[in-house]
Write a protein that binds this ligand. Sequence first.
Ligand code: ADP
Length: 264
Amino acid sequence: MSDAVTVNGNIGKTILVMSGKGGVGKSTVAVNIAVALQRQGKRVGLLDADIHGPSIPTMMGLEGARTRGGLGAIEPVEANGVKVISMGFFLDKSDDPVIWRGPMKMNVIKQFLADVAWGDIDALVVDLPPGTGDEPLSVCQLIGKVDGAVIVTTPQRVAAVDVRKSISFCEELKVPVIGVVENMSGFRCPRCGEVTDIFMSDGGRKLAEERGVPFLGAVPIDPLIVRSGDGGYPVAGIDQNDETHRRFAAITAGIEGFLSKKTE
Ligand code: ADP
């Protein structure tokens, strides 16, 4: 794509995490994939392209963190062994609203790619803005070469419509779909650990089958995800015996499988 920016660093693979709409857990999945890849021994970067709602700093335990270095050599901030860049690092207060027009936001994304010293990393995980409109489209064009996209959805029918749009978006941009993650799939009781279906679950799996894209796995609604998201300790980085931790590890194994197949 002609608008692509030259990235400052050696990036092995670039993975997008996208969703047809906001609030489905896209950032949660992006953070946990990044941390799980790091746990697998990969050198990982996490680029928060969601300028309006930069939740990545909080989820990574980096609230109030600031970048170092100057133009052309901005140092990403590291947490959980992952190099992170987010608009949140440049705001006075994390809840300050960003009221900017498209071109200004894209200038920031350009800087995140060209002026941040990413160094040598195996995988750059990009948390895209929600939806399939101008913003995610422009971000993809700036990145240029994308190795694959992970589509996050919830199980309900209405959300499935959004996944169809996300798949079409990827087809249009010739971005391979790595697979679909069904988030908030059932409720996991914090006392007994049992998962109860409170929405009609399995929508993500069915849709993936229908459209011929892989299904990467399901993550239940789990109060631990809310606590760990707010507390800045991603589930993928804690207790390996925890079921939700294992779900993220399995999803990430699917992503690694896809990426290694592609290069064979
Ligand atoms: P998005 O990036 O799609 O807007 P977020 O990842 O920011 O969504 O998640 C929105 C909220 O939902 C956050 O407070 C997050 O902790 C919570 N959340 C996401 N996934 C789950 C889950 N599986 N169980 C419980 N809470 C979740």
